[in-house]
Ligand binder design. Structure first.
Ligand code: ACO
Length: 322
């Protein structure tokens, strides 16, 4: 049986760090409110001229180096993002060109915070079908450019970054199960009001920003993420006690705690980056995976559950042996 194995990881965070104390000077908030309600202490924010593909390229270079492969080995590129540089060409083609990757499928995936999980699941299917031998999969986000920095309800939550993985076929596990879902009935609880075919050229749309009914999102996220985690474990026939690590989407420490509790996992077995990165949407899971691998916590052979939830709503999980 062929499995999809992660053989390299990398991350990029922009240089500029914005702390909760910096935000206290920008909106009516406090470090204490942000920390206790969300777990966020600081976040990285791109420079004005920096784009999502700029961050993707940096994260990808590190993942390629980590995997010990050449760019010419890569035969598929997937970029999960909700903040691409352009409407088209998609971000994956920009990354492919900038890294010198030979002609191959280059796919942009948009599922808000779940974009990376959707992208990795797609790569897994291509690898298992024998259609790809070496895929570069990225989750990246310039979410700071979609935020209204005068709206305390949203601006305190988000940050920018990119996380990348290289996946290859392997006889050893590997990704053992995946689960994806979406329910568009919740579209009005979390959305960005302007797009290619809606109001793009309307006066004042440069003022558009993320719209979120935070407490409603919170409730559905907690319920859904618990189910997402247990469903993927059931699919693989694996008991939750066997899990070594939970690598969750880093939206809010309270949502993460609720998911860990549902799995009976102590927080020591959860990779947490929300305090340092904020909610980086599609980038949060691959960056957290990279953090856990590089500081030596996540070891080869260990069982890891990655999960995410985002606008749509969309959700998904990937269960894998490192
Ligand atoms: N500082 C101080 N007070 C604030 C702030 C702030 N930054 N933001 C809101 N408040 C106030 C509100 O105005 C409200 O005041 P009121 O009681 O006088 O009306 C009070 O705090 C409570 O507001 P709630 O929204 O009920 O606070 P809650 O405890 O729900 O926390 C939060 C808000 C952190 C947004 C939480 O609801 C959350 O994390 N939601 C989920 C976000 C998420 O998971 N998003 C999904 C992924 S994102 C994506 O897909 C792009």
């Amino acid at each position: 049986m062929t499995y999809t194995k992660i053989v390299g990881t990398g991350r990029y965070l922009p240089e500029r760090i914005l702390t909760n104390f910096d935000l206290e000077k920008m909106v009516d908030t406090t470090d204490e409110w942000i920390r206790t309600r969300t777990g966020v202490e600081r976040r990285h924010v791109v420079a004005a001229e920096q784009t999502t593909s700029d961050m993707c390229v940096e994260a990808a270079k590190i993942a390629i180096d980590d995997a010990g492969i050449k760019v010419t080995d890569i035969d598929m590129v997937l970029v999960g993002t909700t903040s691409p540089d352009l409407i088209f060409p998609n971000c994956a083609t920009l990354v492919q060109h900038r890294l010198g990757i030979p002609a191959c499928p280059a796919i942009g995936m948009e599922a808000a915070c779940t974009s990376f999980i959707y992208a990795l699941t797609t790569a897994d299917k291509f690898i298992k079908a024998g259609e790809a031998k070496c895929a570069l999969v990225i989750g990246a986000e310039c979410i700071s450019k979609l935020v209204d920095w005068t709206d305390r309800n949203t601006c305190v939550l988000f940050g920018d970054g990119a996380g990348a993985v290289i996946v290859r076929p392997s006889e050893e596990p590997g990704i053992v199960a995946t689960h994806l879902g979406a329910d568009g009935q919740y579209k009005d609880l979390l959305y960005y009001p302007v797009g290619a075919s809606k109001d793009l050229h309307k006066a004042g749309t440069d003022q558009a920003s993320i719209m979120m009914t935070g407490n409603e999102v919170f409730k559905v996220a907690v319920k859904t993420l618990g189910n997402v985690a247990t469903e993927v474990l059931a699919k693989a026939g694996i008991h939750q006690d066997e899990l070594d690590w939970l690598v969750p989407h880093q939206a809010n420490i309270r949502i993460i705690q609720a998911t860990a509790k549902r799995l009976d996992l102590p927080l020591e077995k959860v990779i947490l980056t929300v305090q340092d990165h904020g909610n980086t949407s599609a980038a949060s899971v691959p960056m957290a995976l990279d953090v856990g691998r590089r500081d030596g916590r996540i070891k080869p052979g260990q069982l890891v559950l990655m999960e995410a939830f985002g606008g749509g709503f969309t959700w998904g999980s990937v269960l894998l042996r490192m």
